[in-house]
Design a protein around this ligand. Structure first.
Ligand code: NOJ
Length: 533
């Protein structure tokens, strides 16, 4: 695939859409989404205006962690289809100039993966050192205090071989030993396999976890921990994650990816934002896009958001391209976090900040966290830690108000959200002021205006309840002003004037704006600056 133009890569100008394959579209009537289903919705995605689709894992898996427990990296889970279906999906997507990104899960495999079956077979097995095996402490008990993100110790005792193995997540997800070069080479083979099939890039799962402390020292306790938080947070991850050597591993992966034309590497990293910066590499040789999760994690407060954007813009290395996310398959949906009115403001923010946006499926129609009855809980975390389950954000895409929201002819694997009669694609396509209409307008505007996708960012003075900034292109400027409150706000434009190119309320386009501009409650506007003034 070619670059969009000489100066910018497609992944800088473009917009990524995260599809959760189990829930996007079922084509064979088993109540579970699949690759043919996704292919059948490519025209919708094209119409919407997205450039790439990232698929959560589609590989063979016992599905103990919904596919993040892979038992074969070089095949397709029959639930989703076959390798031939994948090839067709790639071809159909590329025909529409849509890229396909896969979810690479290199930190851990399923405990059913052949590598692990070998590894646990005996201490002498050549694959033993592909995973992290340690002796019990002298008096018995796990080798150190490291905790599993899903609860309890991160060490599982293996009776047959008399050692513990390490798992940052479930015991069914043993961590690979990335200090062993054989693991790196095996994973490079996996990556090459998918690149050769036309995959346009990868989102790398928990990339900051890949390397652990060589001495396996105890993690210190977290001084700011409060008991309402997940027990995992009671310790800092000083020795179990974010080790200096991890960037070297990523660089090896990047070198391979760079042998192919214009592919992208995105990394999942939940760390304080300043610590994600080194994942770009000291000279841009690591990830293209270390995920920036600030808009998911921070309170929706104008002062905090303004500060976060400015700080992030300020700390990016010169070779680092920004990115933004407001939702994903692990976190509450934006509508449920900040309400439907402010979710429209968040959409404008996501799609007008400098950097690559990722839209989580259903965000574009304002899907909210669905209620999941106890007996329907699927997510292992939800089963282990009631109230912390992720099923509510993984429910079927709401295409229509028909049976099963148009997702499947059969009862879906997770219940369809109750609001699907109102919140669905078909209905919102007919409504010129719907959330879907807003997303589509934003995406088209962004696509047609280089200032809005690759232009410079500059903050703009605004009252307390407002976040405002300029996007500056070669010959055009836009002022974006977001009212994060439920009351009117006045923004002083100084000597700037222009016209409203888009209001989040979708009723005000073309109106002039000068001197003091009033933002209505929960309104965000994009003003095209009049350069002739
Ligand atoms: C991060 C993924 O986003 C999450 O869904 C998964 O449970 C863990 N990694 C373990 O792979």
């Amino acid at each position: 695939m070619r670059k969009t133009n000489a100066r910018w890569h497609w992944w800088q100008k473009g917009v990524i859409y995260q599809a959760y394959p189990l829930s996007f579209q079922d084509s064979n009537g088993d109540g579970k989404g699949d690759l043919q289903g996704i292919a059948s919705r490519l025209d919708y995605l094209k119409w919407l205006g997205i450039d790439a689709v990232w698929l959560c894992p589609i590989f063979p898996s016992p599905m103990v962690d919904c596919g993040y427990d892979i038992s074969d990296y070089q095949n397709i889970n029959p639930v989703f289809g076959t390798l031939a279906d994948f090839d067709r999906l790639i071809a159909e997507a590329h025909r529409r100039d849509i890229r396909i990104l896969l979810d690479l899960v290199p930190n851990h495999t399923s405990d059913r993966h052949f590598w692990f079956l070998q590894s646990r077979a005996s201490r002498e097995n050549p694959k033993r050192s592909w995973y992290i095996w340690r002796n019990a402490q002298p008096g018995g008990g796990p080798p150190n205090n490291w905790l599993s993100i899903f609860g309890g110790s991160a060490w599982e005792w293996d009776e047959a071989t008399g050692q513990y193995y390490y798992h940052a997540f479930l015991k069914e997800q043993p961590d690979l030993n990335w200090r062993n070069p054989e693991v790196l080479h095996a994973m490079l083979d996996v990556i090459r396999f998918w690149l050769e099939r036309g995959t346009d890039g990868f989102r790398i799962d928990v990339v900051w976890h890949l390397i652990k402390d060589a001495l396996f020292r105890d993690n210190p306790s977290n001084p700011t921990y409060t008991p309402d938080q997940s027990p995992y947070l009671s310790l800092l991850t000083t020795y179990s994650a974010d080790q200096p050597e991890v960037v070297e591993v990523i660089t090896r992966i990047r070198r391979l990816v760079d042998q192919y034309d214009d592919r992208v590497l995105i990394g999942e990293i939940y760390l304080p934002i300043e610590r994600t910066m080194r994942y770009y590499g000291s000279d841009g040789e690591a990830l293209h896009l270390p995920f920036n999760f600030q808009l998911i994690q921070l309170p929706w407060d104008p002062g905090i958001i303004r500060h976060a954007v400015e700080q992030y813009e300020g700390m990016l290395p010169t070779h680092g391209w920004p990115n933004w996310v407001i939702g994903n398959h692990d976190r509450r949906r934006v509508v449920s976090r900040i309400g439907p009115e402010q979710a429209r403001v968040a959409a404008v923010l996501l799609l007008t900040l400098r950097g690559t946006p990722t839209i989580y499926y259903g965000e574009e129609i304002g899907m909210s966290d669905a209620a999941i009855p106890e007996e329907r809980v699927v997510d292992t975390r939800g089963k282990r830690q009631p109230g912390r389950g992720r099923d509510p954000v993984r429910t079927p895409m709401q295409w229509s108000d028909g049976p099963n929201a148009g997702f499947s002819a059969a009862a879906p694997w997770l219940p369809v959200s109750r609001d699907c009669e109102r919140v669905n694609v078909a209905r919102q396509t007919e409504d010129a002021r719907s959330m879907l209409a807003l997303y589509r307008r934003l995406l088209l505007l962004r696509l047609s205006q280089p200032a809005l996708n690759v232009g410079q960012y500059r903050s703009f003075p605004a009252p307390d309840g407002v976040v405002a900034y300029l996007r500056i292109g070669d010959d055009k400027r836009f002022l974006i002003a977001l009212n994060l409150t439920g009351s009117c706000q006045e923004v002083n434009l100084g000597n700037l004037s222009g016209r409203v190119a888009l209001s989040s309320l979708l009723d005000d386009e073309g109106q002039g704006a000068s001197s003091t501009m009033t933002l209505r409650e929960n309104e965000a506007v994009i003003i095209e600056i009049d350069e002739s003034a």
